[in-house]
Design a binder for this molecule. Structure first.
Ligand code: ZN
Length: 348
């Protein structure tokens, strides 16, 4: 085996990513080495590419970026018993500690010390990734690498959508990015009645309508109230999934919810965001913030649903070889894409 690999590195503290030759990571006794087959480009990666305020505060330079991946196990540490070389896998990109109260209670996704691959620690935009064996999630044969590579954001969608009971409920999703669209597909899969997804981007609304059985609504052209009346909804949506981080969207969601409605929030507002709390109090609304995926409950649910008919494959709209990563980032930045997947096995 050679000792070097190709990787996408945040090599300098300015806009861009650079394809560089890097040493293959050395694994410890509790780690596995994963040969990467496919990776997904995330909105987070766009922030790191752009080197915005958040990225400057968060990301050390140099760092291999990327956290959405599927691959196969190339080597295992001396203490690893549960996996074998050649096994296909994805994995949880949050590296957690085991000493906090939440972690010791088994709520690993709530560990305050969590560190992210591709954000704080070396990531997956590379031919090889080192990952604690604890974080590995094996991929069943009927889940292709391309889907394995988007299980991180699909997990966000599943975690958010399953925050509240959706069976027979009317669901409003604000934000038709890939996670909002996948959340719509999940809501349909688990038995919601009406599912309405809002955005201001026609491309994304069109994609939402093709991926999931939902009603896409462009809020710059259509009044949400008219849509509700058209669907025969008298009192409002039962559950809201906020995926946009847009102030106007949250406002509209609070307005469109029933008394006692529930909101799961994954979208991140750009800064402090004024909220009409009296509306939330008087409507008796429950709000839940959602972070990452439940480790590993979300992964079990997600795999089980994928094996039982949940189909999100058409949310992937662009595919590139890894050496053409700049085209992939351009597609992501254009607002005219769903998920963009990079192929690391067929790169030159
Ligand atoms: Zn991501």
């Amino acid at each position: 085996m050679t000792h070097t690999m190709q990787a996408l590195v945040k090599a300098e503290p300015r806009q861009g990513l650079w394809r560089k030759t890097q040493p293959i990571p050395e694994i410890g006794p509790e780690d596995v080495l994963i040969r990467i087959n496919k990776t997904g480009i995330c909105g987070t990666d766009i922030h790191i590419w752009a080197w915005d305020d958040w990225a400057q505060r968060t990301v050390p330079v140099p760092l291999i970026t990327g956290h959405e991946f599927a691959g196969e196990i190339a080597d295992i540490g001396s203490h690893v018993r549960d996996f074998r070389v050649g096994q296909r896998c994805s994995g949880e990109g949050h590296l957690i500690g085991h000493s906090s109260r939440q972690s010791r209670a088994g709520k690993f996704h709530l560990d305050p010390e969590t560190r992210g691959i591709g954000v704080n620690e070396p990531g997956a935009f590379a031919e090889y990734l080192k990952l604690p064996a604890f974080n590995v999630v094996p991929l069943p044969d009927d889940i292709p690498d391309e889907i394995g590579a988007i299980m991180d954001p699909l997990g966000n969608a599943v975690h958010t959508a399953l925050s509240f009971d959706l069976i027979g409920e009317d669901v409003l999703i604000t934000g038709a990015g890939p996670i909002g669209i996948m959340a719509a597909a999940v809501a349909r899969h688990v038995g919601a009645r009406h599912i309405v997804i809002t955005d201001v981007n026609p491309y994304r609304l069109d994609l939402a309508g093709r991926v999931a059985d939902v009603v896409p609504v462009n809020v710059t052209q259509t009044d949400l109230q008219d849509v509700m009346y058209g669907l025969g909804m008298r009192e409002g949506f039962d559950v809201g999934l906020e995926m946009s981080g847009a102030q106007a969207a949250l406002d509209q969601m609070v307005e469109a919810l029933v008394m006692g409605g529930r909101i799961a929030m994954l979208g991140i507002p750009p800064g402090r965001s004024p909220v009409d709390w009296s509306r939330i109090v008087f409507k008796a609304i429950t709000l839940k913030g959602v972070y990452g995926r439940e480790i590993f409950e979300t992964w079990y649910k997600m795999i089980a649903m994928l094996q039982n008919g949940l189909d999100v494959s058409s949310v992937i709209t662009h595919r590139f070889n890894a050496e053409a990563f700049e085209a992939g980032f351009d597609a992501m930045g254009s607002g005219q894409s769903g998920k963009v997947v990079l192929d690391w096995r067929h790169a030159a």
